[in-house]
Design a protein around this ligand. Sequence first.
Ligand SMILES: Nc1ncnc2c1ncn2[C@@H]1O[C@H](COP(=O)(O)OP(=O)(O)O)[C@@H](O)[C@H]1O
Ligand SMILES: [Mg+2]
Length: 308
Amino acid sequence: MNDTAFFLGKGGVGKTTLSSAFALSLARAGKKVLIASLDPAHNLGDILGLRLSGEAVGVEPGLDALEVDLAYWVDKYLNESRAQMKANYSYNTTFNLDSFFNIIKYSPGTEEYAVLWAIEDIHCRLGPLYDVVVFDTPPTALSLRFLSLPVISGLWVKELRNLREKILSKRQAVTRINPDSPVAASCVDKDDDKIYGQLRNIGHRLSALELLFSKESFISVIVNPDQLSVDEALRIQEELSRLKIPLGAICVNKRGVSDMVWTQHPSLAGYPQFDFDFTREGIRTREELMDVDAATLATYFLTRTGNQ
Ligand SMILES: Nc1ncnc2c1ncn2[C@@H]1O[C@H](COP(=O)(O)OP(=O)(O)O)[C@@H](O)[C@H]1O
Ligand SMILES: [Mg+2]
């Protein structure tokens, strides 16, 4: 089912504002909606007017919200990896796993994986409880990295599976020639091999996330009537197309914020476009969020996903 929405765009264009207005609009139209912030610099709670945590809390009838605790997900990911490696390589005591993981904690990529597994958890564990899940995303660089991870890591895992198959078939060959060899005592069959099983499992999880991003999600890019936000939108568009993730809509937010003459960039003009005026009075309450008027976008989303 196509019931997940992501809003991407340059910092400050209104990702948190529009995703909240969109989620609120859907909830007030009778849907059961969860909005989840993936931005490490959380401000979803500020906009919705309540304190949020890693678990969903009720905002108003039909709308729940949470802010993903990235530090928790980084620790969880590293602890699980450590436990798995200890179990796989219990014979290898010379390798100091703990110091290795202390380094990994700060290595590039760790945060992206943590976001990815948080999305998986929300999608699989909480998704079935809601009609729609809306993600408020972090800055573009991080968003594009977690969106690309299932494809990139999927290729890695595929290669590692091939490698593991080769190792197992070599073991089989050695066992046939010399049944007394130490290798004969170890695993030679794919179906019994713990490492092959783990690679298969992670491969399935990544495929499910790839499917979520490329087939089951509605992805909008937000621009403001200014050049820099459009430049960033063009980069996002290019990256999404490289990843074969369809771009569902362009939201033009803060219309009228300046007197500058502005027309939509031709490369972005072919998508369904939704316009949102700049509210001079500012947006502080949920009622003011409703004034942003995401109802047209919400109706379009529901028609498109068949979730009416
Ligand atoms: N349509 C709008 N009218 C008035 N102010 C807006 C509008 N959209 C966003 N803002 C304001 O712009 C600022 C940045 O919005 P925010 O949603 O936090 O952006 P992002 O999540 O993309 O960084 C906030 O102060 C927000 O209230
Ligand atoms: Mg934000």
